[in-house]
Design a protein around this ligand. Structure first.
Ligand code: PMT
Length: 398
């Protein structure tokens, strides 16, 4: 949620691990989302990445020592601790974890951490044997008990050649977990069903009818609902996007498969958000072998797919039902007709066909139409932000 970190003061602590380079990308992502980021590096971290990189990206001096020359540095760590809205340590090595768990303050980062009172997130990253070492695990448990949020490292091949847990997650995932940690849990215990992506209707074994939906809008909704404490099921057509954290993902191909998955999983849902671009028609016949280009013209007979959302609208009891409408013209007229025909609470209408929003883009410009006849036109913004605003409005539906 943009407002969670927009204009907020975030301190990025960097300790000395091979994954320190990933904290540079995290810094970039935080700045892009409007955060005011200050960086504190340990001595060892500077062996992996130079402070100047962080200084250039953050536009702020980087704190590398308690005793730097120039300025009133002797109290900088206290000042930064007082002003911080959140602290994230990326990567957190066994050494800094040990110091923090035991209250040791012998450098800029560990001393700063003793003065911190805001939420703290730690991202451990190290060799698998070090991570599994009893002392490290004991220290991590102690930090969790102290109220810090510790995210699990990923498993895989590590820089040291070992394979197992210890790899730092990608910066996008770290940002996602930070947003999860800072988000109010206003969807706690709510079951949210989201659909995303296109469907593919086969013509023969190598061809299909589809559309340019990338799944980004629906995945953003699923991520946002999970960050706010919802239990999320995401049913998606073919996309290249990775599974969002902590979301049950069901991947389907055709509209019929999507319908089947939706009706199998809809029971118990409190909120249903259908951002998928479902093919309205499928090919009546599917050739068993690849169709050869023998004739100059060919006719393809199509038959209608079931309208999943319309059926959900018919069955609706006390769920909140939200649709999307992708239109190339007369947005208001088409969206309002779908809102009423499909018995929806809200429909998010977006004009498609522009490069900067709609299909495939990172941004979207939507107008929300409500069942009481009112509407709200939102400016173009990132799909993650559209998703959070949509959830805010859903929580306001009675
Ligand atoms: O995936 P992205 O690249 O991020 O792009 C996002 C998006 C443009 C696909 C998304 O914002 C969007 O507009 N999704 C709905 C696209 C669409 O198919 O709209 P529609 O007007 O055809 O359908 C209206 C509603 O009925 C939609 O909620 C759709 O999921 C649903 N529907 C449509 C047909 C059908 N057979 N079954 C359905 O449930």
């Amino acid at each position: 949620m943009k407002k969670l970190i927009d204009n907020k003061s975030i301190v990025l602590g960097v300790s000395g691990g091979i994954a320190a380079y990933k904290s540079v990308e995290l810094l970039r992502l935080l700045i892009k989302r409007g955060a005011n980021v200050r960086v504190i590096m340990t001595q060892n971290a500077q062996e992996f990445v130079g402070p100047i990189t962080f200084e250039a990206l953050s536009g702020q001096p980087v704190c590398t020592s308690l005793f730097e020359k120039g300025g009133d540095v002797s109290v900088r760590h206290i000042e930064w601790a007082n002003e911080a809205d959140a602290v994230v340590i990326v990567p957190a090595t066994a050494n800094i974890i040990g110091k923090l768990a035991n209250g040791v303050a012998d450098d800029a980062l560990s001393t700063f951490m003793l003065a911190v009172t805001c939420p703290v997130m730690l991202c451990p990253s190290m060799n698998t044997h070090m991570f599994e070492n009893k002392a490290v695990q004991r220290n991590l448990e102690r930090l969790k008990a102290d109220g810090h949020f510790v995210i699990d490292p990923e498993s895989g091949e590590l820089a040291c050649g070992a394979t197992g847990p210890g790899r730092l997650p990608d910066p996008e995932d770290i940002l996602d977990r930070l947003l999860y940690y800072l988000s109010p849990k206003d969807l706690k215990d709510k079951r949210v069903l989201v659909t995303a992506g296109p469907t593919r209707e086969p013509i023969d074994p190598v061809r299909f009818i589809s559309n340019p939906s990338s799944g980004k809008m629906g995945f953003a909704v699923a991520r946002a609902a999970e960050q706010r404490g919802g239990k999320v099921i995401l049913i998606t057509g073919p996309t290249n996007l990775p599974d969002p954290n902590n979301v049950t993902v069901i991947r389907v191909g055709t509209a019929r498969e999507m319908a089947h998955a939706v009706f199998e999983n809809v029971e118990g849902s409190d909120i249903i958000i259908k951002s998928a671009a479902v093919s309205d028609y499928r090919s009546k016949d599917q050739a068993e072998q690849k169709i050869k280009k023998e004739k100059d013209e060919m006719v393809l007979f199509l038959e209608k797919n079931q309208d999943i959302l319309e059926e959900l609208g018919r069955r609706k009891k006390d769920q909140i039902l939200v649709g999307f409408a992708a239109e190339t013209e007369n947005l208001e007229q088409h969206a309002e007709r779908k809102l009423s025909e499909k018995n929806l609470d809200i429909i998010a209408g977006n004009l498609v066909g522009q490069p900067s929003s709609g299909f495939g883009a990172d941004n979207n410009k939507v107008t929300l139409f409500y069942k009481d006849g009112t509407k709200e036109s939102l400016p173009e913004m990132e799909k993650d932000d559209v998703a959070h605003i949509l959830l805010d409005r859903i929580l306001g539906v009675r």
